[in-house]
Design a protein around this ligand. Structure first.
Ligand code: NAP
Length: 263
């Protein structure tokens, strides 16, 4: 009986929380939005293009998810989107900086424009988002920021990802100093570091990449957006109240082996 009662308790409840997520029209961001909506949160998706089917799908079981148009590379556009979220929901408690791009190009072929595009989206976009949301997070009793970084850059390298890897490592450099600044307002900032997660973006790397990559992962599969979302729910939950400036690797053990026959 006691066991049955305990099973009814939701591990993470976000019923009184407003969550803002960038890049949630698909992929990992969509998984994050679905996971928060399932736990009762009010969810604001910021993206460049609305996909009404996505919002309907998240809301089909009574969720409260809404799309707001915004481009993370454009500070003005982001300001409008963030203030619209605050006007609509009345507050912002949790911010997920997830929008990101990952073109594969060898160094000799990376144009100035492509380098800037990756840095503007992945690094400057995270900075713009945190800066813009800060006044609202300060008003929350328990403000939270969670960044979707990567294992690529902070831990590993991959040919064609020099700009992407640099941007994902830069997000963590930003996070560590931000953690010290935000702490005075009881706001935490942490990051998840996904391995290879099966999303539309990853599928663009080709079938051969996906098959070989899945085989090289100790848990023998690619990750799912929900695998990442569950780590983010933890970092946004009360269980993580005393954790800031930290990272969680979610990669099925991909970064562990010391050699190819190591598992
Ligand atoms: P995805 O399937 O390509 O989705 C990317 C999302 O970001 C889309 O919703 C896209 O929206 C949005 N976005 C891109 N540029 C934007 C901008 N300027 N303003 C607003 N939204 C923008 O990618 P994903 O695989 O889910 O990746 C999401 C995050 O996880 C990225 O930060 C990526 O670096 C990180 N990550 C992914 C993997 C992986 O294996 N998939 C591994 C490690 C880290 P639009 O509809 O506007 O294009």
């Amino acid at each position: 009986m006691y066991f049955v009662e305990r099973r009814k308790i939701m591990p993470f409840s976000f019923e009184d929380k407003t969550v803002l997520i960038t890049g949630a029209s698909k992929g990992i961001g969509l998984g994050i939005a679905q996971a928060f909506a399932k736990q009762g949160a009010q969810v604001a998706i910021i993206g460049r293009q609305e996909n009404p089917l996505v919002i309907d799908e998240i809301n089909k079981n009574g969720g409260d998810t809404k799309f707001f148009s915004g481009d993370v590379t454009n500070h003005k556009s982001l300001k409008v989107a963030v203030s619209s979220v605050a006007d609509y929901f009345g507050k912002i408690d949790i911010v997920c900086s997830n929008a990101g791009i990952f073109p594969t190009t060898l160094i000799e072929n990376i144009s100035d424009e492509e380098w800037e595009s990756v840095m503007n989206t992945n690094v400057r976009g995270t900075f713009f988002l945190v800066k813009t949301c800060l006044p609202y997070l300060k008003k929350s009793s328990n403000g939270r920021v969670i960044i979707t970084s990567s294992i690529t850059g902070p831990i590993t390298g991959y040919k064609g990802f020099s700009h992407y890897g640099a941007s994902k490592a830069a997000q963590l450099g930003f996070m560590r100093s931000a953690a010290l600044e935000l702490a005075q307002d009881n706001i935490t900032i942490n990051a998840v570091m996904p391995g290879n997660i099966l999303t539309e973006g990853l599928k663009d790397l080709g079938e051969d990449y996906l098959t070989r990559m899945a085989e090289s992962i100790p848990l023998k599969r690619l990750g799912t957006p929900n695998d990442i979302a569950q780590a983010i729910l933890f970092l946004a939950s009360e269980g993580a109240n005393f954790i800031t400036g930290q990272t969680i690797v979610v990669d099925g053990g991909q970064t562990l082996p010391e050699n190819l026959d190591g598992f």
